[in-house]
Design a protein around this ligand. Structure first.
Ligand SMILES: [Zn+2]
Length: 115
């Protein structure tokens, strides 16, 4: 296994090493793919190329039945929308991730992952 170190760090500050990981999304097996794994916290970062393959495959299979209905709740003055774990995983959103919200229509809200 090729465990080359990469020049940037994990968000936890740990070192990242190139490796191969078994990638599975929504029950689809994408096989062994290039990824970077944090030697400190164990976070896995799948490379962009693989993410594109996954995204294409998912669109083709119309597994955008990733679609969920969630109930809007309230916290203080703000309304809360819960992000289900499978969507969070797909978008790589974690607790305290930074996202940008923009209404694209009167009944559509887009959430862009910033960090
Ligand atoms: Zn880490």
């Amino acid at each position: 296994m090729n465990e080359e170190e990469v020049p940037y760090k994990c968000s936890c500050g740990g070192s990242l090493k190139k490796t191969k990981v078994e990638v599975e999304f929504f029950g689809i097996d994408f096989g062994l793919r290039d990824a970077e794994v944090c030697t400190a916290c164990g976070s896995e970062y799948i490379d962009q190329e693989t993410l594109k393959v996954i995204e294409k495959e998912i669109k083709e299979r119309k597994i955008f039945a990733l679609e969920k209905r969630v109930l809007v709740t309230k916290s203080g003055e703000s309304l809360m929308i819960r992000i289900p774990p499978e969507i969070a995983e797909f978008l790589n959103i974690h607790y305290k991730s930074l996202v940008q919200l923009f209404p694209v229509d009167k009944d559509r809200l887009e959430v862009k992952v910033v960090d």
